[in-house]
Design a protein around this ligand. Structure first.
Ligand code: ATP
Ligand code: MG
Length: 249
């Protein structure tokens, strides 16, 4: 099955496309089998959210763009699901906000680290961090704590899509401004984020890039105002409300 064989008119088009990309990711050695399970969980939440970007998620995506543009040293973290779903889109976002890309895996193996770095390079990335692993996130077990000292280790703002709760909490405890993309507003990852984006990464990343391009000429004050006016508690509450009251088709 290739992308083209799924008719775009299919009511579950995006979900079928997503599944297919994850399946391909597993076949290429980019995505772990656990990534398949994470995908299933995400899909269930996306279904409940109506498989669309809510107004509240769009506001979070704009705040994320403003925050990334304001950062001294922004880093975008990439795991196996992110690499399978939005490799080119992550490269474009990194370019739009002048951020580093760093591979970070829950189940870290050198083969998978390399496969993901190669996959990102095939999609236009020039420099991919994560393989040096000369830095540590405090309070995490050894493998999970590894980061590049001059990447996530030195970052002031990190985008961590589909991150596991332990590491999201540990990064926030390190004082990083954390932007999380997670379809489950109740997950610890979303709960520990300064900017939780409750949206499918397939829609979220290109939309953050669009907002960043739109804010290219904005002043520092304008960007700061967008970040300041973003209300994380309200965003999480609105996402939960959307899930509870959703009209399903
Ligand atoms: P924790 O409470 O520790 O955060 P978790 O249950 O969130 O645990 P995982 O299953 O590893 O742990 O996390 C996967 C998360 O990623 C889930 O919350 C899921 O909703 C989210 N997710 C999966 N696919 C997508 C996607 N395409 N876009 C956005 N979020 C996704
Ligand atoms: Mg989580």
């Amino acid at each position: 099955m290739s992308d083209i064989e799924i008719p775009e008119s299919h009511p579950r088009y995006l979900s079928l496309l997503t599944r297919h990309r994850i399946e391909e990711g597993v076949e290429k050695g980019i995505t772990s089998k656990q990534g398949l399970i994470a995908e299933g969980r995400g899909e269930a939440f996306d279904y409940l959210l109506g498989e669309e970007t809510t107004a509240s998620a769009d506001a979070a995506e704009r705040a994320a763009a403003a925050q990334l543009l304001l950062a001294e040293h922004p880093v975008l973290s990439v795991n196996g699901n992110v690499a399978a779903l939005v490799p080119g889109e992550m490269v474009e976002l990194a370019e739009a906000v002048d951020a580093d890309l760093e591979v970070n895996l829950f189940n870290r193996t050198e083969e998978r680290m390399r496969a993901i770095a190669d996959h990102l390079r095939e999609h236009g990335a020039e420099d991919v961090k994560g393989l040096t692993a000369d830095g540590r996130i405090p309070n995490l077990d050894h493998e999970r704590a590894k980061v590049d000292a001059d990447g996530i280790g030195a970052a002031d703002v990190v985008l961590v899509p589909l991150e596991d709760g332990d590491r999201a909490e540990a990064l926030a405890a390190m004082g990083k401004v954390e932007i999380v993309v997670d379809l489950n507003p109740m997950s610890r990852s979303a709960q520990s984020a300064a900017i939780p984006i409750v949206d499918n990464i397939i829609r979220a990343v290109p939309n953050v890039t669009d907002h960043a391009r739109d804010l290219t000429d904005a002043t520092e004050e304008e960007r700061e105002k967008i970040v300041r006016e973003f209300d994380r508690e309200a965003a999480l509450r609105e996402a939960e409300d959307a899930i509870r009251s959703g009209e399903l088709d």
